[in-house]
Ligand binder design. Sequence first.
Ligand SMILES: *Cc1c(COP(=O)(O)O)cnc(C)c1O
Length: 435
Amino acid sequence: MNTLERLESGVRTYSRSFPVIFSRAQGSRLYTEDGREYIDFLAGAGTLNYGHNNPKLKKALIDYIQHDGITHGLDMWTQAKKEFLDNLENLIFKPRGLDYKVQFTGPTGTNAVEAALRIARNTTGRTNIISFTNAFHGVTLGSLATTGNSKFREAAGLPTQGVSFMPYDGYLGEQVDTLDFLEKALQDKSSGIDFPAAVLVETVQGEGGINAARIEWLQRLANICQQNDILLIVDDIQAGCGRTGKFFSFEHAHIKPDIVTSSKSLSAFGLPFAMVLMRPELDQWKPGQYNGTFRGNNLAFITAAAALREYWSNDLFERDILRKSRIVEHRFNQMIELLQAEGVQASQRGRGLMRGIHMHSGELADRITSQAFKRGLIIETSGPEGEVVKCLCPLVIKDQELTKGLDILEASIKAVLADEDAEPVIEDARERASA
Ligand SMILES: *Cc1c(COP(=O)(O)O)cnc(C)c1O
C-alpha cells in the first residue's frame, strides 16, 4: 500500500471512484502518472469551468508570480484585488444592472455561505432560514444546518438549528407548486415555521441531483421574499460562473437576489476563492467583525480577473455554452431512449451545461460511471441515492472531446444494459496500486 492509501483519512471520496494517481491536466483532459488519459466530465464538481491549466489564465498567473506580485496580504488592498473588482464591476455588475457590495470570505464555498447567513440574521434580527429539500450548501455547522442530505447531517456532532426545510420545486411532482406551502406557512401564525430572515436557494441543485427549479418558480419565490420582507440568498457556488449558460444562474429568471454566494469556478483556475455579494444596505459589518486569514486569494484575483476579461467581455462565451448544452441535451435524450427501451425509467435534468440523467437507481448509475471510468471518462453521480449521472464538463471543452466523452458514456450505458462488464479499455490501476 502506498502512503495515499495508508495515511489519508477514510473520509476521502473521489479517489474511491477514480483510484488512480493523476499527475497532469490540460483543458478537459486528465493524465495519470503513467500517462493514461481521461476526459474530465467532473471538472472539480464545477470548479474547472474554464478547464485545467487554461493557457490564457496560466500566463497571467505566471507573469504575476514572476514579477513577485503579492500572494498573501490578509485583506489589505492590492493591485490584484483592484483589478478583480474593476473587472467585476465593469464586465459583470454594470451590464446586468447590479449594484452589490463584495465581501471576500475565507476561500471555500462554505465560508461564503456562513457569511451570507450571518449577514441575513444580523441585518434582519431574525434567526430562522428557509432552505429546501435536497439542498447542499457546505459542511461547516451553519451551512450544514441548511444542507438536506442526512449523510452529512449525521456527522454534525451537534444538533443543527435555525433552519426550516421546504419542498424544492418538483419535490411533490410536477402538478404541485411547492411555493403554495411556503406562502401559506409564512402567513399562518400557527404554521410552526418561525418567520425567517432569509430564503437560501440553489437555482439548480448540484449535489442534490441536478434539479433545476422552473423559471416561474424562481420568480414567484423572489416575489414572496420581496412581499414578506425576507432576504433572498442565491447560492451560486456550483451553478454560477457560466455553468447554466449565464454568468449568474439567476439571470435566466431576471431576478436580483439580495445576497449571492460564489466560489468553485470563481477563481477560474481551481484556486480556492469565495465571495459574498450583497445589496449595499446589508453591508452593516463593523471593521474586522468577521475575518479570516485567507480572505481573498491574490493569485485567484489574477486568474479570476483574466477570465472575466477573456470570457465575459461579450456574449460569445454564453452562446457557445448554450450551443454545447444543446449537444449534451440531444445526446442525453438518445441515451434516455436506450435506457427506456430496456425498461429503465430515465429522464433528463438540468440547465445549460449542468445536466444529468436521472435513472431511479443509484446502483445502476454507479455501474454506468464505473464503466465510463474504465473507458477513459471521469463522470460522477449526484442526488439522494446517487441516481443521477451528471455532466459538468469544462465549459471550454472542445467539440471533439465533448463528443468523445458522450460516446464513452453511451457505450458505458449500452454495456451495462447488456450486462457486459467489458475488459477495461484503460488498464485497471487498482491492481497496479496494490502490486
Ligand atoms: C460545493 C458547494 C458548496 C460548498 O463549497 P465548498 O467549497 O465545498 O465548501 C456550497 N454550495 C453549493 C451549491 C455547492 O455546490
